[in-house]
Write a protein that binds this ligand. Structure first.
Ligand SMILES: NC(=O)c1ccc[n+]([C@@H]2O[C@H](COP(=O)([O-])OP(=O)(O)OC[C@H]3O[C@@H](n4cnc5c(N)ncnc54)[C@H](OP(=O)(O)O)[C@@H]3O)[C@@H](O)[C@H]2O)c1
Ligand SMILES: *[C@@H]1O[C@H](CO)[C@@H](O)[C@H](O)[C@H]1NC(C)=O
Ligand SMILES: CC(=O)N[C@H]1CO[C@H](CO)[C@@H](O)[C@@H]1O
Length: 329
């Protein structure tokens, strides 16, 4: 018998999450049956979506939702031998018993010198989100100018690098000067700190005087309202996230986008990475190829200790991370 640790939502978040909103409990797991495996968490992901998701999809007392890279430590399923690594959506748990059908093996030929934690980042859901947002939603073309915000994060840092690979001009913004330097090292053309800029409007205009063809939106709210008038005709906006609105207790209101959308003939489309599930495998291979060729680099912000999951989550929401925020057990 294995005793697992699990983080639950003690009470729904009100505004910014607090340590007391989480509860660590122990649960005794059943013995795995035929076809099942016992998993042990190695790396766990903390992601922005957990904040809005908790509000609409979780009850108080539920285990926090999330993905992890886990190691199979007992197996009654030949497809998942002991010692292999999988991606599991079993939430904030240290151990779990499940059927093979619920698991995704990490890419079979995962190179030894690439950390497995990237299966939660650039070679995982955030990397796929960046790729689909650019190719499927923005339909970005060589020579175009792209804006991405939360640019030093898991999704944003990959967005900018893929757009560079495709021959675009990339403008990014992030919340600290060290993130700004990091993005310049990654090859972004123009980067500024949105927290210290005297005028967001002017900084955006200076970075791209002719305006933006594509806008990869991670932030929403006021930021978005300032970008809309600077979109070029037939511009495309991929609405990936709106992190600046996730902990609002009262909804933000306008300015509204309609006039800009009409007269500039813009296209704005929300999307979820899972829409293109059928091509995840081939897309992960493309991301891995860019990584092994040195065209895609990615930083990780690693917090040590399963017990520090809430702190890692709250830290990510307030911008502690450069690159993907993960917890190493
Ligand atoms: N649609 C999908 O399928 C999908 C999938 C994955 C992620 N997403 C969305 O993509 C966005 C980025 O996710 P991620 O996993 O890559 O997270 P991330 O960017 O690694 O981490 C969140 C970052 O957001 C920035 N931030 C926090 N509050 C902000 C605010 N009020 N204004 C501007 N920036 C703020 C912080 O950086 P700064 O220091 O720069 O402020 C923080 O580091 C999120 O909105 C997320 O919900 C969507
Ligand atoms: C093992 O896992 C696979 C999923 O890869 C599943 O289809 C299969 O049914 C499992 N095997 C057994 C014996 O249940
Ligand atoms: C209402 C509230 O708590 N707003 C905060 C939400 O979190 C962001 C950081 O992610 C803060 O900037 C807001 O002040």
């Amino acid at each position: 018998m294995v005793v697992s640790k699990a983080w639950t939502l003690r009470q729904h978040f009100q505004g910014f999450p607090k340590a007391s909103d989480f509860h660590l409990r122990e649960e005794t797991l059943p013995q795995p049956k035929n076809g099942q495996v016992l998993l042990e968490a190695v790396f766990l992901s903390v992601d922005p979506y957990m904040r809005p998701y908790s509000q609409t999809m979780m009850k108080e007392g539920d285990v926090m939702i999330g993905s992890q890279v886990a190691k199979v430590i007992q197996s009654y399923n030949l497809s998942f031998p002991v010692g292999c690594h999988v991606v599991s959506d079993c939430g904030w748990r240290s151990h779990w018993v499940c059927d093979g059908a619920e698991l995704t093996p990490v890419l079979p030929d995962w190179p030894q010198d690439i950390p497995l934690s990237l299966a939660l980042g650039a070679i995982g859901m955030p990397g796929l989100t960046a790729l689909y947002g650019l190719e499927e939603v923005c339909e970005i073309k060589k020579g175009e100018t792209l804006l991405v915000n939360a640019a030093a994060g898991a999704v944003g840092s990959v967005v900018g690098q893929i757009a560079k690979i495709k021959g675009c001009r990339v403008v990014g913004c992030a919340g600290t000067d060290s993130k700004v330097s990091y993005l310049k090292e990654l090859g972004f053309d123009q980067v500024f700190n949105y927290k210290t800029a005297t005028s967001l409007e002017e900084s955006l205009r200076e970075a791209a005087p002719h305006g933006y063809d594509c806008y990869f939106e991670n932030v929403g709210g006021k930021f978005s309202s300032v970008v809309m008038p600077q979109m070029r005709e037939y511009g495309r906006i991929a609405v990936c996230g709106s992190i600046s609105m996730y902990n609002d207790t009262t909804p933000q209101t306008g300015p509204y986008v309609h006039t800009h959308m009409i007269f500039k003939q813009l296209r704005m489309e929300g999307f979820l990475c899972a829409r293109w599930k059928h091509k995840h495998q081939q897309s992960l291979r493309r991301l891995m190829a860019w990584m092994t060729e040195g065209k895609l680099r990615c930083n990780e912000h690693i917090t040590i200790g399963f017990n520090n999951m809430p702190a890692a989550f709250m830290g990510m929401l307030q911008g502690d991370n450069t690159g993907k925020a993960v917890v190493k057990v």
